[in-house]
Write a protein that binds this ligand. Structure first.
Ligand code: C2E
Ligand code: CA
Ligand code: CA
Length: 671
């Protein structure tokens, strides 16, 4: 049986759409033939209609689109699409490399032409007397006039680059002992002005019997070609910014070392990944050019701490990698990692501003148990992320436990994705009580996950993962809308829910889409902005206060008020607080907990309450569990409170009951 293969493009990812300069709708009925340049059409056709392999690599071929022309290498993999064979084609833009190579070919041709012309220097060497004749052109290539150089071989060898002398001598010896039929060697020689130029020397010896008596040949300046060659090697394997090895070379190196460790029980090495903390802040505050300078400086500093057998690479953005040759001992690895961290402690000078950096480091030792370098790198990355979580300037060594945790994390992430799609989330509401009269001022919406197997999952167990995976965006959107919708519905049935408080995560705040998120939810739910409070933790706000001010101001126009959550745990600067114009400050649970037992703490809470009032904002005490705590808060003139003493967070239906009944019990607690 024979399937008719259509070659229609079913879908392209964003990167491919951008590369081909098309939008998704234009893809229907298109095949890759629509994009190939005429020059490579025949080659493509041949491959499309030839025998099919599981994985094939094509190209580089020229492609031609309305937007631009480019060269690309395609890797085609056969996959099974619900029973139908299909292909995934991975297209890699290699235009830069192809152009570089073309330039190299051109300069090679130029060099061949030069050879035919009279551009070469000529030399003639009497091996018996060591007398050396150098043509005018030979001298000129080195910046000298004819005769300015002496007449022994020493004037030649004396100028050869120290690293190349031995090679040149060896090649000459090989030819003189008839191992090679001709002398042909590339080497560097010092120009009169002091710099080195690349030369190609060819020569042939004249033998009398077994003995060479004379040798003569040509000398060609190949500096241009060498520069091009180096540029290609540099571009492919080295990072332009720092001059260090790039990711490709680093991976290559790791896979070489991994093979070595697998084959040799005695050999081990260690991978260290280093990621600079909050580097985006440097870019944002000082601009990308300054960020680049800083990265280059980091590279320079780190390179002082790596040995000649180690490889230091910049493997992406602000991430560096080091392979420590022969290091099998974790203690040694940690010691080395510390020296990396210490070198960053020294302030960097950014146009007069002194900036200090910290970094998070992940360490993985390969004592031969890794079959593949990818696994090693993955484990080092896991350790690095763990260090990042622990806070600035820390390091972690990968261990089995971490592996299991990483797997569990990935599993939860997949679960979370499914949970969002299946709408397994629910909002609970915790009443916020007005301390002056015991009435319900509003509620805080707190998310819960009704997991089909694990039961009710609390936010601390999944919000961090949602943040890390970016799933907080769709989840946060649902939460915002659901809270607004519920509040709007209560109003509609004649209840007064007061205000509803919705928590925003730091990542949502950072993503900068808050205004649209809030505006969209209010509109969809037909809820007045004044009903909505948005909670952001003090630390999230202070991480970028200027942005907070901007967002607060914008959102204020919708009538929405901001609550600074977990207040007292971060480091607020008063000058910023004044400009925030928040609606209320929420004193962190930890302060409320120790209120009745710790006098110093009580003074602090009093100060926070006074601070809120000085900004004409309200103060909320959260986590109130005892009547003692409650009495203190009232004594200190706190405006609002929430906590288990009044009610745990409860499902919407239960909160609705509270709204109906007004819950007289609280009145008794208070008066
Ligand atoms: P949070 O914003 O500080 O929320 C208050 C937490 O304190 C809630 O925990 C609440 O149940 C708990 N709590 C309330 N009264 C008492 C009390 O008297 N004693 C004690 N010990 N705890 C009390 P929950 O619901 O587990 O939420 C934990 C955290 O998860 C929240 O801290 C918030 O940071 C986050 N979170 C919850 N819901 C959401 C959400 O919808 N979006 C986002 N981004 N984060 C959420
Ligand atoms: Ca909160
Ligand atoms: Ca809180």
């Amino acid at each position: 049986m024979c399937h008719a293969v259509t070659h229609d493009i079913l879908a392209m990812n964003k990167a491919a759409l951008a590369l081909f300069g098309v939008v998704e709708d234009e893809l229907r009925g298109k095949t890759i033939m629509d994009f190939i340049d005429d020059a490579d059409r025949a080659a493509l056709e041949k491959r499309l209609h030839g025998p099919v392999q599981d994985v094939e690599t094509w190209g580089p071929w020229a492609f031609h689109t309305d937007a631009r022309d480019f060269f690309a290498v395609c890797e085609r993999r056969r996959i099974d699409l619900q029973g139908t064979p299909a292909f995934v084609v991975h297209v890699r833009d290699v235009t830069g490399q192809v152009n570089d190579e073309r330039r190299l070919r051109e300069s090679e041709q130029r060099y061949a032409m030069a050879l035919r012309g009279a551009n070469d220097g000529i030399w003639d060497w009497d091996l018996v007397t060591d007398e050396l004749y150098l043509s005018a052109r030979f001298c000129e290539l080195l910046g000298y006039k004819e005769g300015e150089l002496g007449h022994t071989s020493e004037v030649w060898f004396g100028k050869v680059h120290p690293d190349d002398v031995e090679r040149l001598r060896t090649e000459i010896d090989l030819h003189l002992s008839k191992v090679t039929p001709r002398l042909k060697v590339e080497y560097r020689i010092r120009h009169k002005k002091g710099h080195y130029v690349w030369m190609l020397t060819r020569g042939v010896a004249v033998f009398e019997g077994e003995h060479a008596v004379r040798m003569a040949g040509s000398q060609t300046d190949i500096s241009d070609r060498k520069v091009d060659e180096e540029r290609i090697a540099q571009g492919t394997f080295y990072d332009q910014l720092t001059g260090l090895a790039n990711r490709l070379l680093f991976l290559d190196r790791l896979s070489f070392l991994t093979q070595r460790a697998a084959g040799n029980k005695e050999y081990a090495f260690t991978v260290v990944l280093l990621d600079i903390d909050r580097f985006e802040m440097v870019n944002e505050s000082y601009g990308h050019a300054a960020g680049d300078t800083l990265l280059a400086e980091v590279g320079t500093r780190l390179s002082q701490f790596v040995g000649s057998l180690d490889t230091l690479a910049r493997i992406g953005g602000d991430e560096f990698g080091v392979s420590l040759d022969g290091v099998s001992d974790v203690a040694v690895a940690i010691h080395r990692a510390r020296s990396f961290l210490e070198t960053l402690d020294e302030p960097f000078d950014l146009g007069g501003d002194l900036v200090t950096l910290s970094a998070s480091i992940g360490i993985a030792v390969n004592d031969g148990r890794y079959g593949h370098s990818d696994d090693l790198l993955r484990d080092a990355a896991t350790a690095m992320h763990r260090a990042k979580k622990r806070g600035c300037s820390s390091q972690e060594v990968f261990d089995e436990e971490m592996h299991e945790e990483a797997v569990a994390l990935l599993r939860t992430e997949a679960e979370l994705r499914r949970g969002i799609a299946e709408e397994e989330f629910e909002l609970f509401y915790q009443p916020v009580i007005k301390l002056s009269d015991g009435s319900i001022a509003g509620s805080e919406a707190l998310v819960r996950w009704n997991h089909p197997e694990r039961g009710l999952v609390m936010p601390d167990a999944f919000i961090p993962i949602a943040e890390e995976s970016g799933l907080i965006v769709p989840l946060g959107e649902w939460i915002m809308y659901e809270a607004c919708r519920q509040c709007s519905q209560w109003i509609e049935i004649g209840l007064d829910p007061g205000s509803v408080s919705v928590n925003l995560s730091a990542l949502q705040f950072k993503s900068g889409i808050i205004h649209d998120l809030i505006g969209g939810a209010l509109k969809r739910a037909s809820l007045e902005g004044t009903r909505l409070h948005v909670e952001l933790t003090e630390s999230a706000v202070m991480a970028d206060p200027e942005k907070a001010i901007e967002i607060f101001r914008e959102t204020e126009k919708l009538g929405v008020r901001f609550v600074v959550d977990d207040f007292g745990t971060g480091f607020s600067s008063l000058s910023y607080l004044k400009r925030f114009r928040f609606g209320s400050l929420k004193i962190d649970r930890s302060f409320v907990r120790d209120l009745a037992t710790d006098a110093e703490n009580a003074a602090l809470v009093a100060a926070v309450i006074a601070l809120a009032h000085s900004f004409r904002s309200l103060c909320v005490g959260e986590g109130v569990e005892t009547t003692d705590q409650l009495s203190y808060l009232r004594l200190l003139k706190c405006d609002l409170a929430q906590g288990y003493l009044f009610s745990h967070p409860v499902p919407a239906a239960e909160f609705e009951e509270m709204l109906r009944s007004g819950v007289k019990g609280w009145h008794r607690l208070l008066f």
